[in-house]
Write a protein that binds this ligand. Structure first.
Ligand code: NAD
Length: 476
């Protein structure tokens, strides 16, 4: 059984708050639609207590050495690994993804903590030596209290991706993770607390997202806002942060193009593309979505894609043979169904799937061909198990199609031509480009978008920069 023995929702100043006297919302198993728990919502007074605790915790935490911070982060990573089976089970039950993917997510979160534990030791500055004898020092200092807003598609991993660099840099954090998946995000708070993290350094609050984010961002205590989620919500939070001129990192939506050139290894490409499309039921901000296929191999690509899609086993993520689980919440099947219906009405051919399931929040793995540019799905991120395809003739045609949207998070291309691969890397307007690979997210590499997909990077040394101020000290 999933461990719901502890309180879910509020971890404030080192303690779990009880649900008594507070609002709550249902936590739903998306494979059945059944309520499995309740998540406690913070009152305004709770949020004020969390802000005060974070404020008090900041200076002592910032004054710890990177080595001390690293010991705690490494210990929390080890605890996550020890607890993998229970955490992964909770994650699958709350979010729906297959258990193997959930275990991979726990491993990814632990790796994030380990990597930033070591990166904390490389917080170097610079010395500028002047002919006059003056020395100028460039140092970096933690920004302060960070408010972190994270989504439900990778609830544990994306939270760790913000928390690890924040804590490693000497910041303290108040997180509002998604209300859909409070059990697996609570597991991160437990691991950090059990590893010896002082009270108030990492706290979790839940509630109505807009109420919580307005309250936290309006507080002068918060100096940094980091959000992963949709473009409209990101724009809204940036406006709130602008009032206090607070630093922001925005990891927003994408609509990743995939350019398939006729010199690629087609069978190998299809073997990579199809599982990747349906990973986490397509609820991935860098999910391959718009497939532009060179005309000579278009029909063969569609046939190979449809054949492989037919064998994707859908079901409850706790069953070992499930390859794709349900969507994460009740809003998603309807939103995706509306996009598919619109494309169909505008002339797209449905070569696989296209319908939602009977129970739970399932949607079939879906392949659409010849989707016209004016179909909504060509501009609106489906964020689900839907691949849309069109053919192209020339390199320039493909680049124009790939870059036509206001988003620029990830782009992919498949070609065996090295010179073309170089040109693609330069020409695609996106924060990450994968050529003959989908492996574009790791602890040591920057991850972030351009255009309306956001700005600021997570991962790599750039991920630490997001939580550090630069100061120049000039000494004569
Ligand atoms: P949504 O825009 O309502 O919410 C997206 C996320 O933002 C959720 O986690 C939600 O809890 C949070 N959120 C919403 N309003 C907020 C507010 N005022 N303050 C703070 N947090 C807030 O959409 P949804 O129906 O939950 O998800 C659908 C869309 O969200 C998708 O189409 C996709 O574009 C986007 N999304 C993107 C990512 C990503 O990794 N970039 C992850 C999840 C969802």
């Amino acid at each position: 059984m999933t461990d719901y023995s502890a309180e879910l929702g509020l971890f404030i100043d080192g303690a779990w708050a009880s649900g008594e006297g507070r609002d709550a919302s249902a936590v739903i198993d998306p494979s059945t639609g059944d309520t499995i728990a309740e998540v406690t919502h913070a009152t305004p007074a709770d949020l004020d207590v969390a802000l005060a605790a974070a404020d008090a915790a900041f200076k002592p935490w910032a004054a710890t050495s990177p080595d001390e911070r690293a010991v705690i982060l490494h210990k929390a990573a080890a605890l996550l690994r020890d607890r993998t089976d229970a955490i992964a089970r909770t994650l699958t039950q709350e979010q729906g993804k297959p258990i193997a993917e959930a275990k991979g997510e726990v491993a990814g979160a632990a790796q994030m903590l380990d990597w930033y534990a070591e990166e904390a030791k490389r917080l170097y500055g610079r010395v500028l030596v002047r002919p006059t004898g003056q020395r100028s020092l460039v140092i970096r200092q933690p920004v302060g209290v960070a408010a972190l807003f994270t989504p439900w598609n990778f609830p544990l991993y994306l939270l760790a991706k913000k928390v690890a660099p924040a804590l490693a840099s000497g910041c303290v954090a108040i997180a509002k993770p998604p209300e859909e998946t409070p059990g697996c995000t609570a597991a991160l708070a437990r691991a950090l607390a059990d590893a010896g993290l002082p009270h108030g350094v990492f706290q979790i609050v839940h509630g109505v997202p807009d109420t919580v984010s307005r309250h936290l961002i309006a507080s002068p205590v918060v100096r940094k806002v980091s959000f992963t989620g949709s473009v409209p919500v990101g724009k809204h939070l940036m406006k709130l942060a602008a009032d206090g001129v607070k630093r922001v990192t925005m990891e927003l939506g994408g609509h990743a193009p995939v350019l398939i050139f006729d010199d690629c290894d087609l069978e190998k490409t299809l073997d990579m593309v199809v599982p990747q499309k349906f990973r986490n039921a397509g609820q991935v901000c860098v999910s391959p979505t718009r497939f532009y296929v060179q005309a000579g191999i278009y029909d063969a690509f569609l046939k190979g894609f449809a054949d492989r899609t037919a064998s994707v086993k859908i079901g409850n993520g706790l069953q070992a043979d499930t390859k794709m689980g349900p969507l994460a919440n009740t809003r998603r099947p309807d939103a995706i169904g509306a996009l598919v219906d619109d494309a169909r009405a505008k002339g797209a051919r449905v070569l696989a799937g296209g319908e939602r399931g009977d129970a739970g929040f399932f949607f079939q793995p879906t392949l659409l061909a010849d989707v016209p540019d004016h179909a909504d799905i060509m501009s609106n991120e489906p964020f689900g198990p839907v691949a849309v395809t069109r053919s192209f003739e020339t390199f320039d045609d493909a680049i124009e199609q790939a870059n036509r949207l206001p988003f620029g998070l990830a782009a992919f291309a498949f070609t065996e031509n090295g010179r073309r691969a170089n040109l693609l890397g330069d020409a695609l307007e996106s924060g990450m480009v994968g050529i003959n690979t989908f492996a574009i997210s790791s602890a040591d590499a920057p991850f972030g978008g351009v255009k309306e997909s956001g700005f600021g990077s997570e991962g790599g040394s750039e991920g630490m920069d997001a939580y550090l101020n630069t100061k120049a000290i000039h000494q004569a």
